[in-house]
Design a protein around this ligand. Structure first.
Ligand SMILES: Cc1cc2nc3c(=O)[nH]c(=O)nc-3n(C[C@H](O)[C@H](O)[C@H](O)COP(=O)(O)OP(=O)(O)OC[C@H]3O[C@@H](n4cnc5c(N)ncnc54)[C@H](O)[C@@H]3O)c2cc1C
Length: 266
């Protein structure tokens, strides 16, 4: 429980993945006089989803034109690239190929082409020969080429965000887990594994722990996160040039989440 001796923060953010770090950094820039705490249960930043994702800077091919997702994805991609340029973080605008392997997928590819255009994305249709030229190791009847898709190491972005946050007076506590929360009218008491603090505002960016954190405040949730395990394999570096772009199948509209991707670089 929070008491008078408890350290008090104006804002506390839980979770130093990309969402928590960018939230904390944006808040600090907007409210430079606020005391802002970012707590992360791991010993380093960006070790969960953010550090194990595919590293793609998505262009926003699939999202419904005019939707918030389409807008956020495009603005996010631009902001990510601008941030990398500003802070000397490597990224590779290698482009993405959506490859049709039969006539049905070729028809679906045309619909996706329209969608790219409605989303104001630069997109090119490749015939079989043009596909072969770009990707000798990929078999397909046609493809869409979206040049603006890129890849980046999101952990490096996290490390830079943490550095910026700390340099402007933000407090980052690693190896610090939120184990309990209690809310009153004035403040939220936060029990950490190694301290007790309080905060005027709490922002939860706990990724796959979002439902557990919400339950700590006895807030009813209508969702539950079901994690499932993924396996990663790294090819020997002599295979790094096996493909030159990000390669995606044309998504099946009945199975929109079962997209696979293979990557030319780490
Ligand atoms: C397999 C896979 C591939 C993906 N590929 C891409 C991609 O290519 N491009 C893309 O843009 N997106 C991709 N995504 C999505 C993207 O990775 C996520 O949307 C993003 O990383 C989520 O960031 P986050 O900060 O919300 O979560 P996380 O990175 O999971 O961060 C949450 C943090 O909260 C901390 N935390 C949780 N509970 C507590 C607690 N009680 N106390 C203290 N700390 C706590 C955790 O330790 C963790 O560090 C992919 C996702 C997955 C799973």
């Amino acid at each position: 429980m929070a008491n008078e001796q408890t350290t008090h923060f104006d804002i506390t953010v839980i979770g130093a993945g990309i969402v928590g770090l960018s939230t904390a950094w944006q808040l600090l820039q907007r409210y430079p006089t606020y005391r802002i705490l970012l707590v992360e249960k791991e010993a380093e930043v960006g070790t969960h989803q953010t550090g194990h994702n595919s590293g793609v800077i998505h262009a926003g091919v699939y999202y419904a034109p005019g939707s918030l997702k389409a807008d956020f994805c495009q603005r996010g991609a631009q902001a990510t690239k601008a941030f990398c340029l500003q802070h000397n973080i490597d990224f590779d605008e290698c482009g993405k190929l959506l490859v049709a392997t039969n006539d049905i997928e070729h028809t679906r590819m045309e619909v996706l082409f329209q969608r790219c255009q409605e989303n104001n994305l630069e997109v090119h249709k490749l015939d079989q020969g043009q596909l072969k030229e770009r990707e000798p190791n990929v078999k397909g009847v046609a493809a869409l080429f979206v040049p603006s898709t890129g890849i980046v190491n999101y952990r490096r972005i996290c490390e830079k965000l943490a550095e910026l946050f700390i340099s402007k007076g933000g407090e980052l506590r690693l190896s610090t887990e939120v184990v309990a929360l209690d809310e009153s009218n004035e403040r939220v008491g936060i029990t950490l594994n190694n301290d007790v603090v309080s905060t005027s505002y709490l922002v939860s960016c706990g990724g796959l722990m979002a439902d557990r954190l919400t339950k700590m405040l006895n807030i009813p949730t209508d969702f539950q996160i079901i994690p499932f395990r993924g396996e990663y394999y790294r090819l020997p570096s002599k295979h790094n040039k096996i493909v030159n772009h990000l390669i995606y199948p044309i998504p099946d509209p009945d199975l929109p989440f079962l997209r696979r991707a293979s990557y030319a670089h780490d």
